[in-house]
Design a binder for this molecule. Structure first.
Ligand code: BES
Ligand code: ZN
Length: 457
């Protein structure tokens, strides 16, 4: 049973917890942009200071990359140890003109906080600190050993935390890893995620003339990199949205009937997809439902494509270069390295003549599948029920959290993906938001988990 003092503390401190979150969200800790280096440092120091004020033994782990923040309670024998993970770095804010408020000056309106990082992942990771705060400030003994590790390179494909985890499995040893960086199924339905997609992120660069040319003088006489990149991209998938890279589907684990039935029972509708995306309607690989495409089928998508003149009005040129950034989201058991090298060979093989081409694999992530039937999973589901007032459904997600695969392989502990965000929180987009109700319920869930996990056999 979770102590009533802890529960009362949480309900009477909601305003304080919101104020504290606002301070955290004001720090523009964008990991992809080098000029935000000091803000990354600031966000790490913010967490360090708060964790040490909760009497946790706290350290900033300095490496060549962005700092890791690590904290632990006193580690007592004969009880469960939970390792909490989160990331304090955030995505860039562009296109800035589409935000209705300043991304780093949080706006609170109708029970929702709007700010970059509010859902992904500062708001979610902060729930764990606030749950610990409730125990510490009410003098309630925490019934489990806690370890926390927060990184600042999740959004930019950094390696710091992988290396740290692989080199320090004893320090991070635990009975379960808790990650809150996913989402509820919808506003009324809490969820535990049991599978994340993997990733192979590629950049294709084609180069034609040594500089832009007059398109009248030379058009039709040399290869146009802009046309060529479109031709390459057009040949990545067929008209049924099947990826054409040889061997792409070889290792994919096909959905079993019971999993298809479980997706179906969630009654996902085309209207939800329209409302959440603003897209006119569903589209994707033939033979699969939207949820199957979203959660269990590998994909190949342009993330950015540019060439030539993109400013106002007309400018008649044959561009010198063209670039496409392409991500492949992968499912169990696809191997990102293997897929990346098939992509490179295939793209080179379909590149039109008269060009130089480079294809680079920028970063990868392993897909994840966690067992749904462990005792810790049950404790997590019970905690979500206590926090959100409803037993969670089990879902998969299309996003990636690269370190989770390493936690599984290096720490050999079950991973609990307890999502407190919403699928339409606009993560990575303008007007990212986090519903305060989910923030408070998330904190309560973590508070319950500390007590429920302590009784797991
Ligand atoms: N919080 C997301 C992961 C996520 C997204 C989970 C959507 C569930 C649904 C995470 O911060 C993220 O965006 N990860 C990146 C990792 C990549 C840069 C290697 C991603 O998925 O693009
Ligand atoms: Zn995230």
């Amino acid at each position: 049973m979770t102590s009533q003092k802890v529960i009362d503390y949480l309900s009477s401190n909601q305003d304080k917890h919101l104020d504290d979150l606002v301070e955290f969200l004001k720090i523009p800790s964008i990991s992809a942009i080098a000029s935000h280096h000091d803000d990354i440092e600031k966000a790490a120091l913010f967490l360090e200071s708060e964790l040490s004020s909760l009497n946790l033994k706290t350290e900033i782990i300095r490496t060549e990359g962005n700092p890791l923040v690590y904290a632990e309670t006193e580690q007592l024998e004969n009880r469960k140890t939970l390792l909490f993970y989160g990331h304090y770095d955030v995505q860039p804010t562009d296109p800035l003109e589409l935000w209705n408020s300043e991304p780093f000056n949080p706006l609170i309106k109708d029970g929702i906080i709007y700010a970059r990082g509010s859902s992904d992942d500062k708001g979610q990771l902060y729930s764990h600190l606030k749950a610990v705060e409730a125990y510490v400030k009410t003098g309630t003994p925490i019934p489990v050993n806690i370890k926390m590790i927060f990184e600042g390179e999740e959004e930019c494909g950094g390696h710091t935390i992988y290396e740290y985890t692989e080199n320090n499995p004893d320090k991070l040893k635990c009975d379960a890893v808790i990650v809150s960086d996913t989402s509820l199924y919808n506003e009324d339905t809490p969820a535990i995620c049991y599978s994340l997609k993997g990733l192979a992120f590629m950049e294709i660069r084609v180069k034609g003339p040594s500089q832009d040319l007059h398109s009248g003088s030379y058009g039709g006489t040399v290869q146009n990199p802009g046309n060529a990149i479109c031709e390459i991209v057009a040949n990545l998938k067929d008209t049924n949205s099947r990826v054409l890279i040889p061997g792409f589907y070889d290792d994919v684990i096909e959905l079993e009937e019971d999993e298809r039935a479980s997706f179906k029972s969630l009654n996902y509708t085309e209207d939800t997809l329209r409302a959440d995306t603003g897209s006119p309607g569903p589209f994707g690989e033939k033979g699969y439902t939207t949820l199957e495409r979203m959660w269990a089928r590998p994909t190949c998508d342009v993330n950015g494509i540019f060439s030539g003149y993109t400013g106002e009005g007309a400018k008649t040129i044959i561009p010198s270069t063209a670039t496409a950034k392409v991500s492949m989201r992968l499912v169990p058991n696809q191997d990102p390295d293997k897929i990346a090298s098939s992509f490179i060979s295939y793209v080179k093989s379909i590149c039109p003549p008269g060009l130089d081409i480079e294809v680079e694999n920028l970063h990868n992530a392993q897909s994840v599948m966690v067992p749904r039937n462990g005792a810790m999973m049950k404790a997590g589901a019970n905690a979500m029920e206590a926090g959100f007032g409803k037993y969670p459904v089990f879902i998969r997600e299309g996003g990636s959290i690269p370190i989770v695969g390493t936690f599984q392989s290096s720490l050999k502990a079950p991973v609990l993906l307890l999502g407190y965000g919403l699928p339409n929180d606009n993560i990575h987009s303008p007007n990212e938001k986090y519903h305060l109700d989910n923030y408070y319920k998330g904190i309560l869930t973590t508070a319950h988990l500390l007590s429920f996990a302590s009784t797991v056999e």
